[in-house]
Design a protein around this ligand. Sequence first.
Ligand code: CTP
Ligand code: MG
Length: 181
Amino acid sequence: MDVLAVVATAMWAILPAYVPNNAAVLADGGRPIDGGRTWGGRRVLGDGKTWRGTAAGTLAGTALALVLNALHDSVGAALGVTADPFPVLAGVGLAFGAMVGDIGASFLKRRIGRERGAAFPGLDQLDFVVGALACATLFAPAWALATFEIPVLVVVLVVTPLLHVTANAIAYVLGLKDEPW
Ligand code: CTP
Ligand code: MG
């Protein structure tokens, strides 16, 4: 097994799930998805989950999948990527799933009483990738099952939290995010 090819394939295939959250931060504003509603005395999701952010994130991730497809035979091949190009539904699934996973985590955080922006180590780093993998498997099962073989999946689940922490720290230093997580 070529370790570099596995790492390249893992990063390439999960990349469309990485950008939605960052695009949502940049697009922030607008109506919250929960419309301000509460459940059990706490917000259902909170002001940090907006329609605009969710739409922007889904579009950005899907667009990135299409850009990667255009680079598949040149850059992808040079990097040793073994995954097939993203079916459009796989791109949508990865991007939308990343948003859904993040929204699901906010729902859980509100239920246990953590306010918007509070950190939840572990959940914050993996929510989006779990949502992305689940949605991609639902929307494009053949591609997802062929692409995320066990070694690729392991790399995704180990590297993602590390990259997430680094990216958010950078966004915080640049003043794009209010908290470093
Ligand atoms: N965002 C958005 N819509 C989403 C996800 C994120 O508008 N579906 C924007 C919001 O401005 C949010 C920012 O991106 O504040 C950062 O996202 P995140 O860290 O996920 O939200 P938090 O504000 O930390 O809220 P929570 O505690 O619910 O995660
Ligand atoms: Mg947060």
